[in-house]
Design a protein around this ligand. Structure first.
Ligand code: PLP
Length: 410
């Protein structure tokens, strides 16, 4: 049935290609700066102490088992996840004007939401607006769910500044009901977030055009170390009464990458009456559950119990927030060292942006041949677009990275 003529070779994901190349490199000085996964100062994956404690509690619980979860997931997890996002006292939480369904991490939440929206949007109108640049999987996920992709400019030309005017112009030029995918904080790959005032303008513009924001919240806590500040945009949109979706991932801020813990939230417009919003929520939930059933039946159990234990225990929650601060502060130190080392060496470029930006990544202004040179001559693996995952740098390897980047860029 299948022949090589009928089945074209799919393009390899650029980040997983980088990972595979790095894994097969036997050099002792190699550095993996591809995938956005945090490592400790010894370059090792970090199991967060709060997560270890929750795992120990889970192992001792006699009532823990491996039965299926409900289709919409573990309630104690999804409720706590929504409180983390919006804050416990938020009117949407208090009045139960939102719905939350557990997903296969952030990717699964984006896909489930995109698929649901596709079922209600005629093909000709299915245009998802994604920032340029963005996490490379955004366009792949929306395409797979049946959307065509339009890109809005994210950085002002030749600068490391957020392009507010470009974003507003894209909103203005898009038809009503268009979907806008927004990074809630710690934009991947640029590390540049809109300021609170800029978010306010974006919210107003989207509201005026009746467009649908779809937040991707993969790094809450990583941008500023403060969970409330990192949720500013989402909370502001809710306060302004906008209708929107949020794909929330627990991969990065719990270090639970492979456990695939996440949640899809839907907040209806505040223009709906209380009764109408409840009916709408019930219907949206029924549709999401029906899609979920046909894709994965029900979400994974183990990781959601860990996150639920942490978020529902004040002591563990406190410890976890400190763990996240440890990660964001270590990355902050890496940023400072990089900037001062590049400046001291006179490496071509302006480096002050490194400490102005937030989150896990910086973008180097490098050509494809320079990315290759870093790899072949120095065993340093970064994304083909120049994105550097800072979680892979530490006090032991940063000298090697700076020297290599300096030589390649000179
Ligand atoms: N969104 C962004 C911006 C990301 O960088 C990532 C992971 O790198 C994700 C979503 C999804 O991550 P996961 O599916 O592991 O939760």
């Amino acid at each position: 049935r299948f022949t090589s003529q009928l089945v074209p070779l799919a393009a390899e994901d650029p980040l997983y290609e980088v990972l595979a190349a790095c894994q097969s490199d036997t050099s002792k000085v190699k550095i993996d700066l591809g995938i956005g996964a945090y490592k400790d100062d010894n370059g090792k994956p970090w199991v967060l102490p709060a997560v270890s404690k929750a795992e120990a509690i889970l192992r001792q619980r006699l009532d823990y088992n491996h039965e299926y979860l409900p289709i919409s997931g573990l309630k104690s997890f999804t409720e706590a996840a929504s409180e983390l996002l919006l804050g416990k006292d938020h009117p949407s939480i208090q009045q139960k004007r939102l719905l939350s369904i557990q997903s296969v991490s952030g990717t699964g939440a984006l896909y489930l939401g995109a698929l649901f929206l596709a079922t209600l949007t005629p093909l000709a109108k299915r245009v998802a607006n994604i920032s340029f640049p963005s996490w490379s999987n955004h366009s792949a996920i929306f395409r797979t769910a049946g959307w065509s992709i339009s890109e809005y400019p994210y950085l002002r030309p030749c600068s490391q500044e957020f392009d507010l005017q470009g974003t507003l112009a894209a909103i203005e030029a898009s038809p009503p009901d268009a979907v806008f995918v927004l990074h809630a904080c710690a934009h991947n790959p640029t590390g540049v977030d809109p300021t609170p005032d800029q978010w306010k303008e974006i919210a107003q513009a989207l509201k005026r055009k009746n467009q649908l924001p779809f937040f991707d919240c993969a790094y809450q806590g990583f941008a500023t170390g403060d969970f409330d500040r990192d949720a500013f945009a989402i909370r502001h949109f809710a306060e302004q009464g906008l209708e929107f979706f949020v794909a929330q991932s627990s991969a990065k801020n719990f270090g639970l990458y492979g456990q695939r813990v996440g949640c899809l939230h839907y907040i209806p417009s505040s223009l709906l009456s209380k009764k109408e919003s409840w009916v709408t929520l019930a219907r949206v939930k029924s549709q999401l559950s029906s899609l979920q059933r046909s894709i994965i039946s029900n979400p994974p159990r183990y990781g959601s119990h860990i996150v639920s234990l942490v978020l529902n225990d004040p002591e563990l929650m406190k410890e976890w927030k400190n763990n996240v601060l440890t990660m964001s502060e270590r990355i902050g130190k890496v940023r400072k060292t990089l900037q001062s080392e590049f400046e001291n060496r006179g490496t071509p470029g302006t480096w002050s942006y490194i400490t102005k930006q937030v989150g896990m990544f910086i973008m180097l202004d490098v050509r494809a041949d320079q990315v290759l040179k870093l790899r072949e001559e120095y065993h340093i693996y970064i994304s083909p677009n120049g994105r550097v995952s800072l979680g892979g740098l530490n006090t032991h390897n940063i000298d090697h990275f700076v020297r290599a980047a300096d030589r390649v860029l000179k």
